[in-house]
Design a protein around this ligand. Sequence first.
Ligand code: NAD
Ligand code: TYD
Length: 345
Amino acid sequence: MRRILVTGGAGFIGSHFVRRLLREYSEYEVINVDKLTYAGNRDNLRDVEGEPRYRFVLGDICDRQLMDELVREVDAIVSLAAETHVDRSLLGADAFIRTDVHGTYVLLCAAREHGIERFVYVSTDEVYGEAPEGYSSSETDPLQPRNPYAASKAAADMLCLAFFASYGLPVVVSRGSNTLGPCQYPEKMIPLFVTNALRDEPLPLYGDGRQVRDWLFVEDHCEALDLLLHKGAVGEVYNVAADNYRHNIQVAEAILELLDKPHSLIRHVEDRPGHDRRYSLDWSKIRALGWAPRCGFDEALAKTVAWYGDNESWWQKARSGAYQEYYQRQYGWRLEAAARQEGEQ
Ligand code: NAD
Ligand code: TYD
């Protein structure tokens, strides 16, 4: 394996993964194809731009002709390009169906036509739907996605497995848990709360804040993808998680403590519709393959908070323009209603 096509490499996890491939494998060449949606940012990989083994291609995974041209050149594909935010999918899912479902299909067709050694599809724990208290989802469980983002990822995840069963395409699927770290667009909970706290703005916590997520540091997630690219068994699915369970309210409080900001910045706001209460994965299968996370939650959160503190121009830019419209649409009425309720009490 020498040439790898990474899709969505200008995004959060993708940018860390591209950097990891270039760092760990001095003989590898990496092509990063990314559409640069609002979530993609070439600044995330400025440090490798001059590297001769790295090439950035501005493009859409739905573009079959471009995918043919790129896939023809490579030995393996790691597919991260996606629309990724649950709240945006609830506001309108067109782009999710287009990129996450159709885009993945286009990539699979190109891979089938040109032949590749490995196709790693980066799926998510959300495809299982919520896990009841005390239960951890395993790879053989049925998929029961409950929001449009999760459903579009589940569709693509199953298409990948179908291409293995039908055509023998060497697919490996990872289903990762909530990931945190530097360069995550400030719409997901952690970077949103960190950047709001840095601006002394309220942290909009959905519902009672007692929902549970299992947090995985981005470098650990990338190490798992690296292992699956090289050692994952084809046709298999691997859960990737860290057993770093936290209630959302605990995460909000920990962020405020790290930044020395008052807990009064937390605002309980109207919940996300269909909000999955808890995710939990049984990740013994990838553990048996030789992976375990290295970074605990406290260390991961401290590193993440420190990065946003040191990179204000990065997140101020991300929070400008169209972000403001999204923020207003998603949070404007929620925060107003919370303030009204507080005034009434
Ligand atoms: P992200 O939103 O930060 O980045 C997505 C990238 O894909 C962006 O650079 C964007 O420009 C690009 N993209 C979007 N549509 C495209 C298209 N049509 N063609 C080419 N590029 C396109 O996402 P992320 O958080 O880094 O997630 C990466 C992958 O990992 C996604 O597939 C996501 O479902 C999965 N995942 C994420 C998490 C998490 O907690 N962030 C957890 C598990 C799995
Ligand atoms: P998020 O980062 O959107 O990831 P996911 O939906 O993939 O789990 O959300 C993480 C948790 O934080 C989830 O339970 C929803 C909650 N949340 C809030 O309470 N407020 C917010 O503003 C956001 C974006 C998320």
